[in-house]
Design a protein around this ligand. Structure first.
Ligand SMILES: C[S@@+](CC[C@H](N)C(=O)[O-])C[C@H]1O[C@@H](n2cnc3c(N)ncnc32)[C@H](O)[C@@H]1O
Length: 253
């Protein structure tokens, strides 16, 4: 099974992270999803569980998987506190432990950039979804038409998190989904401004490393500055503006 060591010592920070617990992106996808009450939903790479909580609170019958036991522990604790009934299981995204055609909806939010094999993940989702089922993917993306900027951003992400694999562009996501017989019903861009220091702290970066990574951003190519817009906010805190794609795709029968 692949490892996500970076999350182990910081699992608790994901419980409260605004980058993960603010759910405007999920709310905005709701219209493109089927009516959730009573549907079976699988949340893949659930982390501290925020997406699974969202579905369970909409009365979906919710399962959630992740490979990191510390993240699963935090998710289970938080789910219990909220009196939600979610089944959390240890399982990799590219080898799901479920029978064919088990779920109506699958979701994967802010996690696919960690996967070593995105195609294997999509193929597994296609297998466990019922015909006509829906996949919701939300992830950080790189620009479509500028491979140098895309490479720069992915290299930078790898300095923050050595287990980072790759952020794809929106058009590559669409191609990959279509290759596995999904029809993309919605693809929307969503810009999310993050506090830089908590973002770095979630991957155990000390003050010195944070300062040097911030400096590196200041001298990044113009295309990177335009794409991530690093700047101080009104309270003098360092921020970056990541770009996220919300994709809703239907499994073609
Ligand atoms: C940032 S967290 C996920 C956030 C969460 N989905 C949310 O909406 O708040 C990323 C998670 O992906 C998990 N992960 C990474 N690679 C994985 C894989 N191959 N299979 C399953 N989980 C994986 C990590 O263990 C981590 O818990």
């Amino acid at each position: 099974m692949p490892k996500t060591n970076g999350f182990t010592e910081n699992a608790d920070l994901y419980r409260t992270s605004l980058a993960h617990s603010e759910l405007h992106d999920l709310e905005s996808a709701l219209e493109a999803l089927p009516d959730l009450p009573g549907l079976s939903v699988l949340d893949i790479a659930t982390g501290a569980g925020h997406t699974a909580f969202f579905f369970a609170q909409k009365h979906a019958d919710t399962f959630a998987v992740d490979i990191n036991e510390d993240m699963l522990r935090v998710a289970q604790e938080e789910s219990d506190k909220r009196s939600l009934s979610i089944r959390f299981l240890k399982c990799p995204a590219d080898d799901l432990m479920f029978d064919d055609e088990t779920f109506d909806v699958a979701s994967c939010r802010l996690a696919a950039h960690h996967f070593q094999d995105v195609d294997a993940f999509i193929a597994e989702v296609a297998r466990v979804l019922r015909p006509g089922g829906t996949l919701l993917v939300i992830d950080n993306v790189v620009p479509d038409d500028d491979s140098e900027t895309a490479q720069w951003l992915n290299r930078y992400e790898r300095q923050r998190d050595p287990e980072h694999q790759v952020c794809l562009s929106a058009s590559v996501w669409k191609e990959r989904l279509e290759k596995h017989d999904f029809a993309v019903a919605q693809s929307d861009r969503f810009k999310k401004r993050l506090l830089f220091d908590p973002w770095m702290a979630r991957m155990s970066k000390d003050d010195g490393t944070r300062d040097s990574l911030w400096q590196q951003l200041q001298s990044a190519p113009d295309s990177v500055l335009k794409y991530w817009d690093p700047k101080l906010d009104s309270e003098n805190r360092r921020t970056v503006r990541l770009q996220r794609q919300i994709l809703v795709a239907t499994k073609v029968c």
